[in-house]
Design a protein around this ligand. Structure first.
Ligand code: HBI
Ligand code: FE
Length: 294
């Protein structure tokens, strides 16, 4: 797939898998990766490294530079955690698959990032049902080196636990989706990517910032909380932050009053453009129209 589809993979999770540990973590077993698995990493790493300069935001590039992540090997989570802990207090822990929402949030709330242990197969470089080590480590970990994103993702974990209890997780998950997974940010040279679902996908890296098809709209919290998203294809709309530091205020928002308002106000479709939107790019919608017409 071009974009990461976390939701659809929940079916896999329900298939009777029993975790050994209550927090669903496993050992990474780094020594057991095969040469073929390291080679898949290298293919993906090199493809993205060519595409990301001039497309990914400065914070991502900087985070990557300071981490023990390179082309030749799948990164070792202990070595990543050592560097990450010193910078922002985060760790990377291995999980076998998508984990239940409350388990996921409990990890984030404690600054542990659950990363898929496995890597996709050579014949599925562009399609993924569950987040693997390339999406999780290459996509997410560099930004966890940034103190603001580190704070925001922890806050999402804490907020997720509460939202889950209130039965409003779908609204909060849209915020994560349109920021941490598929967010764009303004930089002096132009719009740049910070979303992990984009930076770990070669096709969406180009599509999200260059294609004429998608809308690019200024991030507005209530607007985003009302907006459905696509899990199985490129996004029809990307939401744009003015700066990464705007996530700091978002980490401090009390979401409770938003949930009632958003629930009453109703939903927007992924491709909708509203009069109230701050539009950077009004998309042609061509990509998704063509797909629908076959
Ligand atoms: N589990 N391993 C893993 N990774 C995720 O990104 C993830 C998950 N479980 C639930 C989940 N994401 C999302 O559905 C929540 O953010 C809502
Ligand atoms: Fe992700």
């Amino acid at each position: 797939m071009q974009s990461q589809s976390h939701e659809s993979a929940k079916h896999g999770l329900a298939a009777g898998y029993q975790p050994d540990r209550p927090d669903w973590t496993i050992d990474q077993g780094w020594a057991n990766y095969t040469a073929e698995e390291h080679a898949v990493w290298k293919t993906l790493y090199e493809r993205q490294s060519r595409l990301l300069p001039g497309r990914a935001c400065d914070e991502f590039i900087r985070g990557m530079q300071d981490l023990p992540i390179g082309p030749d090997q799948i990164p070792n989570f202990e070595q990543l955690s050592e560097v990450l802990t010193k910078r922002t207090g985060w760790q990377v822990v291995a999980v076998p698959c998508l984990v239940p929402d409350d388990v996921f949030f409990e990890h984030l709330a404690n600054r542990r990032f659950p990363s898929g242990q496995f890597i996709r197969k050579p014949h599925e470089l562009d399609y993924l049902e569950e987040p693997d080590v390339f999406h999780d480590v290459f996509g997410h970990v560099p930004l966890l080196m940034n103190p603001v994103i580190a704070e925001f993702i922890q806050a999402y974990g804490k907020g997720g636990l509460r939202a889950n209890q209130r039965g409003v997780l779908d609204k909060l998950a849209r915020v994560y989706w349109y920021t941490v997974e598929f967010g764009l940010v303004r930089q002096p040279e132009g719009l740049r990517i910070y979303g992990a679902g984009i930076v770990s996908s070669s096709a969406e890296t180009v599509f999200s910032v260059e294609d004429h098809s998608p809308n690019r709209i200024g991030f507005e919290l209530e607007r985003v909380m009302r907006t459905l998203y696509r899990i199985d294809d490129f996004q029809e709309t990307y939401f744009v932050l003015d700066k990464i530091d705007d996530l700091l205020a978002l980490a401090q928002v009390d979401f409770d009053p938003y949930y009632d308002r958003v629930t009453k106000a109703g939903e927007h479709l992924p491709g909708d453009v509203l009069d109230s939107d701050r539009v950077f790019t009004r998309g042609t919608g061509r990509y998704h129209t063509q797909k629908r017409e076959g």
